[in-house]
Structures are given as structure tokens and as C-alpha cells.
Design a protein around this ligand. Structure first.
Ligand SMILES: Nc1ncnc2c1ncn2[C@@H]1O[C@H](COP(=O)(O)OP(=O)(O)OP(=O)(O)O)[C@@H](O)[C@H]1O
Length: 204
């Protein structure tokens, strides 16, 4: 469960996010849209607990994990270590999760030896291996071509269904949000506010 009551967030005295309230319960997937520079990453970093410099309160039940816009793997560590080291997962858990995302065969490779799409899968494995209660995903399919986005969307949907976490996904691609989200909201304005959309995904 995520509970955010934010009155203001700025950088160097310039307000970027205005007053907003956000609630996401277990099993819910909030799809966050908004133009480039609107403030989606700023909001996700606050929700992930990575940035506490804001006016307001954040309550999170359980453990949170974030999938970053760029997978940011440590180039001097093998793929398997990029899953275990930041998460304190055991090697066995990490290998099982790498297998789950189709990367069993590259677990002992260096990040420089894998493709962009594979690096994104490592990012997913790293986030899901801890079975997070709260999951924040920032443009998880950026810079992938159409076919790869399709595969990764399917995998992400399956992983989300297995966790029953409270999930927020930011993307400027409406199709990605439509495929994954159960609720929708838009970040817009300066400072940005949150506009919750009435529509919910059919069947949710
Ligand atoms: N560390 C920072 N210092 C100063 N300004 C920042 C910082 N991070 C973000 N900003 C500014 O805050 C605003 C919101 O940025 P943010 O990255 O949250 O937007 P976004 O919606 O995620 O954009 P994109 O989709 O392009 O990543 C932008 O105007 C950006 O320039």
C-alpha cells in the first residue's frame, strides 16, 4: 500500500510538483502518463523512498523496489552479481529469477556482453527477486523496438500478477499503460498536479 500526501516538491526553490494525494493498494497497478519533463521521475523517486526532500508524508507498507529508466548495471560485476549485490537475494534466488526472465544463459556474463533488451530484463529480475510489496517502474520499455516491447510487456504483466504488489508505472506510451494498468492518472501542469482518470481497465 502506498499513501502519499505531498504539498510541494521543488529543486533549488523551483516548485516541480504541487499538492497531490496518491493511494495505491495491493494488486493495483497505477499507470502514470505525462509529457516529458512533467515530473513523473521526480514523483516515482519520492514514492520509492529515494528522495525524501519534499514537503508532505509518505507511508509504504513493506519493501519497495524500483525499475529505473536506464537499467544502470555495474559493468565490473557479472549479471548474477548485479542481481544479488543490490538486493541481498541469495545466488539461488537470483539464478531462479534470471531463469524466470529468460536470462539463465547469460547469468555469468558481464553487462557489456548483453543486449539492451537483456539489460532491461536484468533490471526486472533485480526488482522482482525481493518480492517487493511496492514496485515503481519508470519507463521500463524505453529504447526497445516494437517486438521486444511486446515480449517484455507480457513478461512484466506475468511478474506483476505473481507479486500482488502495489505498482506504479510511468510511461509516455499509452499502449504500455493500457496493457498493464488497472487505474490511470496523468501528471500535468507547473508545478505538476495529479489528475486521476475515471477509466479503469475492463475486467479490473
Ligand atoms: N535533480 C534535479 N535538479 C534540478 N531540476 C530537476 C532535477 N531533476 C528533475 N528536474 C526538473 O524537474 C522537472 C521534472 O523532471 P522529471 O525528470 O521528474 O520529469 P519526467 O516527467 O520524468 O520527464 P521524462 O519523461 O523526460 O523523464 C523537469 O523540469 C526537470 O528539468
Amino acid at each position: 500500500m502506498i499513501r502519499l500526501d505531498l504539498s510541494e516538491k521543488g529543486y533549488g526553490g523551483v516548485p516541480v510538483l504541487g499538492p497531490m494525494q496518491l493511494r495505491v493498494g495491493r494488486g493495483e497497478v497505477l499507470g502514470l502518463s505525462g509529457a516529458s519533463g512533467a515530473g513523473k521521475t521526480t514523483l516515482l523517486r519520492i514514492l520509492a523512498g529515494l528522495d525524501s526532500r519534499f514537503a508532505g508524508t509518505l507511508e509504504i507498507d513493506g519493501r519497495s523496489a524500483m525499475v529505473f529508466q536506464n537499467p544502470t548495471l555495474m559493468p565490473w560485476r557479472r549479471v548474477i552479481d548485479n542481481v544479488t549485490l543490490p538486493t541481498s537475494a541469495t545466488e539461488e534466488q537470483a539464478r531462479a529469477m534470471l531463469a524466470r526472465v529468460g536470462l539463465e544463459s547469460v547469468a555469468d556474463h558481464w553487462p557489456g556482453q548483453i543486449s539492451v533488451g537483456q539489460a532491461r530484463r536484468v533490471g526486472l529480475a533485480r526488482a522482482f527477486v525481493t518480492k517487493p510489496d511496492v514496485l515503481l517502474m519508470d519507463e521500463p520499455f524505453a529504447s526497445l523496438d516494437g517486438a521486444r516491447v511486446g515480449d517484455l510487456l507480457e513478461l512484466t504483466a506475468a511478474l506483476i500478477a505473481e507479486t500482488n504488489a502495489a505498482v506504479v508505472i510511468a510511461s509516455h506510451a499509452a499502449g504500455e499503460l493500457d496493457a498493464l494498468a488497472t487505474r490511470f492518472a496523468r501528471v500535468d501542469g507547473r508545478p505538476a498536479r495529479l489528475f486521476q482518470e475515471e477509466r479503469v481497465r475492463a475486467g479490473s
